[in-house]
Structures are given as structure tokens and as C-alpha cells.
Design a protein around this ligand. Structure first.
Ligand SMILES: [Zn+2]
Length: 421
């Protein structure tokens, strides 16, 4: 009965509030990522999807719809800078999804996955490669923007650029059989430039470049990853992206591929578990962001925890701790899709376990992530003028980061999508 009342109340809130309706959130605890403080009893006034004032002395307009959250911690909507909405955990096992699933089916799965991540508190995501689902990420982004399906605000990269025999070029395949690849094969600079133009034409917001291979390309003795691009390649990709006012994210575990990416001007390095002191220093100097995606390399199944894997996890931890100390800009990224949608909070737990303060872990997914996306004027904090992307959780995440598991309220641009109080 109680859940029915909640459902009716939610329907009432979501259906009755027009975009222009004034809404007030009364926040019992208000977590401000900028100052790192929790303020008591703040009043947030929302008009036309944006925050029009916030503070303890804000007057509540008589015609405003009031949402009272006296026992909750209210914070800005979270941002995940490395997701795969079109990917599901089972896609990493058995036949690759380009072989076993239609794009239509993958898109439907993507709709369901996006809803789960959204209800876990992520109101914005950067989706880095549809991994063979074509431009379905563009379709999903647009459907969410049009209000056809619920989900986070998406920045998408469509296909990614790779090379023959590299990452996302299917291995172990009969050479006589033609199969679609999960990424675009671009073996020359000209091919890279042409492919970037095609991706932009069909809706890419970001360009994703595979600058090193994947785990099968890592030398089991030295842990050196295969580099897939030269400095000149990266410069060509970054320059072409710049023409269209887009940024580049580079999948790079470390070594020459990572160094070329940083020197070539990419905006973020993805994964980067083998980044050495020289590269980390270059990243600090150049302001390159890092999305560590720690959790995705920690297998769920015990049998996958090989010695090789253990060494990778240990290096990842070491690099993370060094990067924190050196002042690398760490932005929250999970690789969700490689594991269950809606469970990305595990990345926060790992970051804190590895020594990051809870407030800095939260900053990585709010203020820092907004900066990476060049959206700091609109996202990342609950301040006047920004989008009303607001979530609430049970408990205090500064005392226990696990409280971020307990998301009970999700608002995006002033619209309530979940209210499970
Ligand atoms: Zn990824």
C-alpha cells in the first residue's frame, strides 16, 4: 500500500509539474562539493529546469511545489565519464555482441541499462564507444533528450578509432569470414580523419581513440601494452576533432601509446593503470584528465583472478595513489556495461579504499567531471544558474562513501524521475 501511495505521489509530481513550475527542495543536509561541507536546512528554488536560488534564507514562493527531504543528504547529480550504455556484462563472454545480437536488441538493452544507471544517481554520462552497436548511442541520447525514455544526459562517441589487429578488432576469427568490427578500423591518418568526419556527421559529441591495445596486447612479463598510435597520429586526430569543436578521449594503459596521447593533446586518458612518473608529470603539466576505471579490472569470478590479473590490479592501485599525490586531475569513470548497470557505486568504494578522501571521490564525479566535459557552467554543483540535476541519499557519504548506494531521489533539469523515499 505504501509503495502504491509513493507511486501515485511520484506520478503526481512528474505529471503535474510543467517545466515552468516553481519547485522548492528543502534539504536537511546539503553536500557542497566545492567547499566540501555539509550544510543544514538549505532551500533550493528551481525554475525552468535551473536553480534560481539556494541558501538557508531563501523565501519559498507561495505557488511553488515543495519537496521536503529533511532526513536526506542532497547533492548534485553524479557524472560518470566512462560508460558503455550499449554494452552488457554478458557481452564479454561467449560470442561478441556484433555476432550474437541485433543492434535493435542491443538498443533495447541500452534503454534499460541507462534507466538503471540514472536511478543509481548518474544524471550525466560520457559514453565511450557503442562497441559495434553503431549509432545507437546517438539514438539513445536523442530519445532521452526528447523525453521518450528516461535516462542520464549523454555525451556520446559512437564508434572508436582502432587499427587492424588492435583493440576491438575481433581476434581468433576465420579469415575467410567477413564480420563487423566493434570499432572503426583506421590504419592511416587519412582514414582516421575521414572516420572522424563520418562520426561527427552522424552525431558524435566526443572522439574516442584506442591508443593502446587491450589486456591480450599486454606483455605478460614487462606489462608493456602495445601502442597503436604515433604522436603524429594523435595530433592529426586531435586537430581534426578540434575543427568540429570536439575533444578526444584516449584508451591508453600506459607506455608509448599513453605518452603520445598526452603529448598529442587528448583531453583524457582512460584506464591508464601502467602510467609511469614521466607520463603522470606530463599530465599534470598539460592538465590532462585521467579516468582510472579501477573496478572494471577487478573480476567478479574467482577463477578470473589470475597472477597476471593480480599484477595489473596492484599496478593500478600504485598508479592511482601516485597520481593523487602528484595532483593529476582524476575524473570519475567506471566502464559500466562491462559490468552490471546500476552498480557503478563500486568505483567510489575502490577509490576510497585506495586512499582517496570521500569528498575527493565525490568531486571526481561532480566538479571535476563537469570540468572534463567543459560543462562546469551548467553541471557539477547546486548553484544559481546551473541545471537542477539533484539527487538525495540516505546517510552521509562523507562518513561512509557506501551511502551513495542508497539513492532515493533523482531530479534532472528540474524534473523528478525517481522518488523512493
Ligand atoms: Zn570502456
Amino acid at each position: 500500500m505504501k509503495s502504491l501511495v509513493r507511486l501515485l505521489a511520484l506520478l503526481l509530481v512528474t505529471c503535474s509539474l510543467s517545466h515552468s513550475q516553481k519547485i522548492v527542495i528543502k534539504a536537511g543536509r546539503f553536500l557542497d562539493p566545492k567547499s566540501g561541507n555539509i550544510l543544514q536546512n538549505q532551500i533550493i528554488l528551481i525554475e525552468d529546469g535551473r536553480i534560481s536560488s539556494v541558501g538557508s534564507g531563501t523565501t519559498i514562493p507561495p505557488d511553488a511545489f515543495v519537496i521536503d527531504l529533511p532526513e536526506k543528504t542532497v547533492l548534485p547529480g553524479l557524472i560518470d565519464c566512462h560508460t558503455h550504455m550499449l554494452l552488457q556484462p554478458e557481452d564479454g563472454r561467449g560470442f561478441p555482441p556484433v555476432v550474437s545480437k541485433s543492434q535493435a536488441f542491443r538498443t533495447i538493452q541500452g534503454v534499460a541499462g541507462a534507466k538503471k544507471d540514472f536511478e543509481a544517481g548518474f544524471t550525466t554520462i560520457r559514453d565511450l564507444d557503442s562497441e559495434g552497436a553503431g549509432f545507437a548511442d546517438v539514438a539513445l541520447r536523442d530519445a532521452i533528450n526528447k523525453g521518450i525514455v528516461p535516462g542520464p544526459r549523454m555525451f556520446v562517441s559512437t564508434f572508436a578509432l582502432t587499427i587492424t589487429a588492435g583493440h576491438m578488432n575481433l581476434a581468433g576469427i576465420n579469415p575467410d569470414v567477413q564480420l563487423p568490427d566493434p570499432a572503426s578500423i583506421t590504419d592511416s591518418r587519412d582514414a582516421m580523419i575521414t572516420e572522424i568526419r563520418r562520426q561527427i556527421k552522424y552525431g558524435a559529441d566526443w572522439i574516442k581513440l584506442y591508443a593502446t591495445g587491450t589486456l591480450r596486447h599486454v606483455d605478460p612479463v614487462t606489462l608493456e601494452p602495445v601502442h597503436q598510435v604515433s604522436l603524429e597520429d594523435v595530433q592529426a586526430v586531435v586537430n581534426e576533432a578540434k575543427r568540429w569543436r570536439k575533444d578526444v578521449a584516449a584508451h591508453a594503459y600506459g607506455g608509448l601509446g599513453a605518452k603520445n596521447s598526452v603529448l598529442g593533446g587528448v583531453r583524457s586518458i582512460e584506464h591508464g593503470m601502467f602510467l609511469d612518473d614521466e607520463i603522470l608529470k606530463l599530465m599534470v603539466e598539460r592538465g590532462t584528465f585521467w579516468c582510472p576505471t579501477i573496478g572494471t579490472y577487478i573480476p567478479d569470478a574467482d577463477e578470473e583472478m589470475t597472477d597476471f590479473r593480480k599484477r595489473i590490479i596492484a599496478r593500478h592501485k600504485e598508479t592511482f595513489q601516485k597520481a593523487m599525490k602528484m595532483g593529476v586531475k582524476i575524473a570519475f569513470g567506471t566502464d559500466v556495461g562491462a559490468y552490471e548497470h546500476g552498480t557503478s557505486v563500486r568505483e567510489f568504494m575502490k577509490m576510497v579504499e585506495y586512499g582517496m578522501k570521500p569528498i575527493d571521490a565525490i568531486r571526481s564525479a561532480t566538479t571535476r567531471a563537469a570540468e572534463l566535459l567543459r560543462m562546469e557552467k551548467d553541471l557539477g554543483t547546486i548553484e544559481t544558474g546551473k541545471f537542477a540535476d539533484i539527487i538525495a541519499v540516505d546517510g552521509n557519504p562523507l562518513e561512509n562513501i557506501g551511502a551513495l548506494k542508497n539513492v532515493v531521489f533523482v531530479m534532472k533539469e528540474g524534473r523528478v524521475y525517481m522518488d523512493a523515499r
